[in-house]
Ligand binder design. Sequence first.
Ligand SMILES: [Mg+2]
Length: 261
Amino acid sequence: MDSGRFCLVLILSCLISGVVSQSILQILPENRISGDRKTLLRDDDIFCDSWRFSIETNDAGIWYNIPARCVKFVQNYMLGERYASDSDQVAEDSLTFANTIEITGDGKDAWIFDIDETLLSNLPYYEIHGFGSEVFDEKTFDEWVDLAEAPALPASLKLYNELQRLGFKLILLTGRAEFQRSATEKNLLLAGYGNWEKLILRGASDIGKTAEMYKSEKRKEEEEEGGYRIHGNSGDQWSDLLGFAMATRSFKLPNPMYYIP
Ligand SMILES: [Mg+2]
């Protein structure tokens, strides 16, 4: 090969190898990612775990139905160790924060608790109603509330008692209606809760308000009229925690069964 042809071959091979490596760089990772994503999406457990992440973080915003392929996943989550473990973690984080608060002793250092799926667990009801996958039926749920048989969520009961020991005043703020007051009080006491500062339920003037608006207004009243300093707020719905007059720290408990705006 003469030197001219050798140079031409060398230049051509450099160009070709550059094009090929660039193509590999551009195409291979994309193919690999999209291939993996497809594989992941075929796996219900991984898909449903990602779905759960998106609804718990509120990235998903308002959602209405558990994806059909995730109903079994939600059942396993709620009945298995993970729900209890996640709830324990939330309670532990809450207590770590609570321990940083200096209780003044004037009786105005407050912590707010939601009730359903926060202090009390309606799991016995949802177990026979598809773990939230069925359309919500107010009549049968109200009948369940009347029984006053909902057990405590163990992690929340422990936190509740610890907060009282630290000197917090506990305000219970629930979406349940006034007519359910006595059944709710009875259930709370049977489940081991006691000595709450206040139990606030939806009254006639709260009908038609979103949970977020109703709960924000009640927190504001407690701050402005009650003089409470709301340090912490525990709830399983973002509507328990967001809005205005928010607590210094809000703690979201897990609930992949339903969403209340
Ligand atoms: Mg709740």
